[in-house]
Design a protein around this ligand. Sequence first.
Ligand SMILES: *[C@@H]1O[C@H](CO)[C@@H](O)[C@H](O)[C@H]1NC(C)=O
Length: 766
Amino acid sequence: MVQSAVLGFPRIGAFRELKKNTEAYWAGKITADQLLQVGKDIRATNWKLQKEAGVDIIPSNDFSFYDHVLDLSLLFNVIPDRYTKFELSQLDTFFAMGRGLQRKATETTKAVDVTALEMVKWFDSNYHYVRPTFSHSTEFKLTGQKPVDEFLEAKALGVQTRPVLVGPVSYLYLGKPDKDSLDLEPISLLEKILPTYIEILQKLAAAGATEVQIDEPTLVLDLPENVKSAFQVAYDAFAAAEGLPKLTLTTYFGDVRPNLDAIKSLPVSAFHFDFVRGAEQFEEVASILTPEQTLSVGIVDGRNIWKNDFSTSIEVVKKAITKLGADRVVVSTSSSLLHTPVDLENEKKLDAEIKEWFSFATQKLSEVVTIAKAVSDEEVSEALAANAASIKSRSESPLTNDADVKARVASIDSSMSSRAAAFPERLAEQKVKYNLPLFPTTTIGSFPQTKDIRINRNKFTKGEISAEQYEEFINSEIERVVRFQEEVGLDVLVHGEPERNDMVQYFGEQLKGYAFTTNGWVQSYGSRYVRPPIIVGDVSRPKAMSVKESVYAQSLTSKPMKGMLTGPVTCLRWSFPRNDVSQKVQSLQLSLALRDEVNDLEAAGVTVIQVDEPAIREGLPLRAGQERSDYLEWAAESFRVATSGVKNDTQIHSHFCYSDLDPNHIKALDADVVSIEFSKKDDPNYIQEFSNYPNHIGLGLFDIHSPRIPSKEEFVARIAEILKVYPADKFWVNPDCGLKTRGWEETRASLTNMVEAAKVFREQQK
Ligand SMILES: *[C@@H]1O[C@H](CO)[C@@H](O)[C@H](O)[C@H]1NC(C)=O
């Protein structure tokens, strides 16, 4: 009998219980105990769901109140000193590391002011993890036993689980040295961290865990030699230690073949590979197994929402059985289901035809079980027939076969993908047109999305207020944002995006070829979840999407107003993409829809237009090579197709965040001004790299994920530091990202300080 396995389940609750309660805790509205109980309830629900679906191998320790990598940092005492001096509870230390903390002193507690640790993309997904941050003084030791506690919790509920840990090589390699230890290479800490891993593994075994899932996703990256060789050292040490559970080494999000040498003789009991994203690797990876080792076949997509194609999956699993025997094969999700929404059953508004094509986390549980049954010759013929019919209906639907869209993509030529003039000529014309001061100040686009905005949007969605009333409300919000920016003294204004629920969903809802959900939330970071729209068919724009609001905003002010759009690559990356058409084709379809929008904005008098591409970096294939250069080419082409239909003096902006960007990649977009997330970049070499960027650039000056307010002096110091290597006449002054998650009060204070700092430098240049 072939077993079924799940590598991780969404931890946010079917109705975002985790977010609501975590934020209530931060606001002081519920106690720590109440929050802990919410976590416990979510875990119990998840385990029960998996058990009832018939999953054989169910994960534990896949839950986290913020981020599972941060959990491990807390567990292993990888806590920089700046977080320990306030005598916070363990839970509050954890949150302070994740999101920063600024708090006045009370009679019983000290004042706290500490920034968050760096947060970065989890591989090429839209999940972000908190980067482990090591220094020479880091002393690994267990500060608790969360994995054991959660294992025992499941056991008490009658569920035997397989605990999950990020493996030692990936944990170290995904980290970075702290500011005080820049010469430290995290992987050099391997020997030091292993005893702590061994200790927690022994505790898990003692608690009754027979097997642990140990995630080493870095195996899909290009790894330096010293990191590759670390695998053997680490897993030999585990094999030599007494009293450890069996280990399943899991890799996902790609092909591990380039690192096969590093793992081919590891003494683990099983390997898991992703055959959704690395189907080609099958023969070679299956060949490294010794006769004692098991193969976990990752075949149900943990990153997307499409119904599994059973006939294809069964073929792959059967191939594994032929090679290894049924006892040594496990059918699994390709990765954790963290990246998928919780339950399709909660979607009441989806078109029935389309809904039939989807499978969310809960549905994927029965998919792994059904595949495992099918290859074990259990009777599932009805499920297989229904699945085949659904796959066929999608491939033959008119939605996935729009001839007009296909013809327009085929007609894209070089005249459509470059501006009429080179940047210096455009700049000359734009200087005349906009007459901006040195160090022009701007924001990235969104302003605080207040409760009032959400209430009114909800009322409108439910039909409790009319379209006119809603428009009036939105206009009053836009006016407030415009007046606010004039008061603060910003130079290039935005309308604040009160009408937008999300930067991709808002456009997705207006494009043909998109579907969207009511409950399809996925964790992006901490308590921030997104509800990615779904590209279900060929994409086109029936009518203008953003012109009305931008034109209204421009009518309120003589200062330049930025029209705000989300770029084609970001629309693609932050949606669930199709899996039946290439990403390039989907991106070009989107770029044509956006080109129409950019041209409409220009024609309506909005001539500074920002096309955000925050997701361009995350789409970068994880390994260097042909696939990566192809990606960079079509990503840049898509941006240029969207933005090149305008006049020379129309100023195109773009924005990027969450990225370790290579300036060369953004050069190819040829935007007139780019702004990037930068406030947490300490490395002087990284600043230096950007000094050669030819067009104008705003290096983000403050972290918008944190409620803390940087002082004017802090801004001045930061700008001065950057100006040591960066030319003053190309320099824009702006925050890291949009301000929608912030409150008004802190936004006013931060932006005022930022504008004041810009003035200091303007004076100096006179
Ligand atoms: C833009 O600049 C190019 C190159 O100098 C020139 O050929 C073109 O006429 C300009 N377009 C407009 C509308 O001025």
